[in-house]
Design a protein around this ligand. Structure first.
Ligand code: ATP
Length: 290
């Protein structure tokens, strides 16, 4: 029996711009993504029965064909004609349906994990093409680090590594559907768009203050109207000493950048108490190169 353990890391959006609605109903996006060290843990074992079996620490999370981990394992088995069975255990730490690409990251880690475990000859580019069929964010979750994502999120350009910073992540106890957010999105209601060229320069110069001043997510125009707690969380993070704060993806997760762990910890304690938030974490940015 062979075994491999993987960390599937979450992402945050430093920017998120919607350029236009496409004929197929999707939206063309332009966004700068950053991997963070908040992660799910995945353990993959080979078995002799030839089947895929998946378990998770969350009893309510489907562990069958509906789970992106299961889908990734099934796709790998089919594509590379894998005869071994796969027993996969997923420990979720990344908030679910939160705008942090948790499911996509689990999917990406499963593709990479099975390749590495069984020494399948497929490079990351090949896995990204496969992953794209399971979700637009999956190729980015294979790439990781700092990147500009365009199209529906699958066209990637590697950017210079992000400056080191402490990240406070808080998911308010509300459920926001990505489909509903995009469904109610109207470009006419957006008064500020991110400048991704300028942001790329700021990242290159490791200018964290400048980055924070220019962070922008146009989907806040929909979510903040429906869920004022998102704006309150942003203000609270800034009040508690964050250099900058933004909603990630389609929300409802809000993150803030802090200069010290102590400041972030004080903010965590005060925000947790004030808003009764259970899913609140301190982490750091993850870069693939220095
Ligand atoms: P994104 O940032 O890409 O919009 P998200 O954070 O909004 O992602 P996820 O946590 O990835 O959303 O999951 C959204 C839905 O996908 C959940 O409601 C869940 O039922 C389903 N799902 C399938 N596989 C997984 C998985 N491995 N982890 C979490 N959710 C999963």
């Amino acid at each position: 029996m062979k075994q491999i353990k993987l960390n599937a890391r979450a992402k945050i959006n430093i920017t998120l711009d919607v350029l236009r609605k496409r004929e197929d109903g999707y939206h063309d996006l332009s966004m700068i993504m950053q991997t963070i060290n908040l992660c799910d843990n995945i353990t993959i074992n080979t078995t002799e029965d030839g089947n895929i079996k998946m378990t998770s620490n969350y009893s309510w999370l489907p562990c069958d064909e509906r789970n992106l981990v299961y889908k990734a394992a099934a796709l790998m088995k089919e594509t590379y004609n894998i005869k071994e069975g796969l027993l996969i255990h997923l420990v979720k730490n990344i908030p679910v349906a939160a705008g942090m690409a948790g499911g996509s990251s689990d999917c990406a880690a499963t593709l990479v994990g099975i390749r590495n475990l069984l020494k399948i000859k497929a490079d990351d580019n090949e896995l990204m093409k496969l992953g794209k069929t399971l979700g637009a964010d999956v190729p980015y979750c294979i790439l990781r680090g700092t990147a500009l994502a365009e199209g529906i999120g699958e066209k990637l350009t590697v950017l210079p590594p992000f400056p080191n910073t402490i990240v406070l992540v808080a998911k308010p106890p509300i459920n926001v559907s990505t489909a509903t957010v995009f469904g109610s999105f109207d470009l006419k209601n957006v008064n500020k768009h991110p400048d991704n060229n300028k942001m790329t320069e700021l990242i290159k110069n490791k200018d964290l203050e400048g980055i924070c001043e220019n962070m922008c997510n146009v989907l806040e125009s929909v979510t903040i109207k429906n869920y004022p707690i998102i704006a309150e969380l942003k203000s609270s993070m800034l009040y508690e000493g964050a250099i900058g704060s933004l909603m990630s993806g389609s929300g409802p997760t809000v993150f803030g950048f802090y200069k010290s762990y102590e400041k972030a910890l004080k903010a965590l304690k005060n925000i947790r108490a004030k808003y009764h938030i259970k899913e609140i974490y301190i982490t750091t940015v993850f870069n693939t190169s220095k």
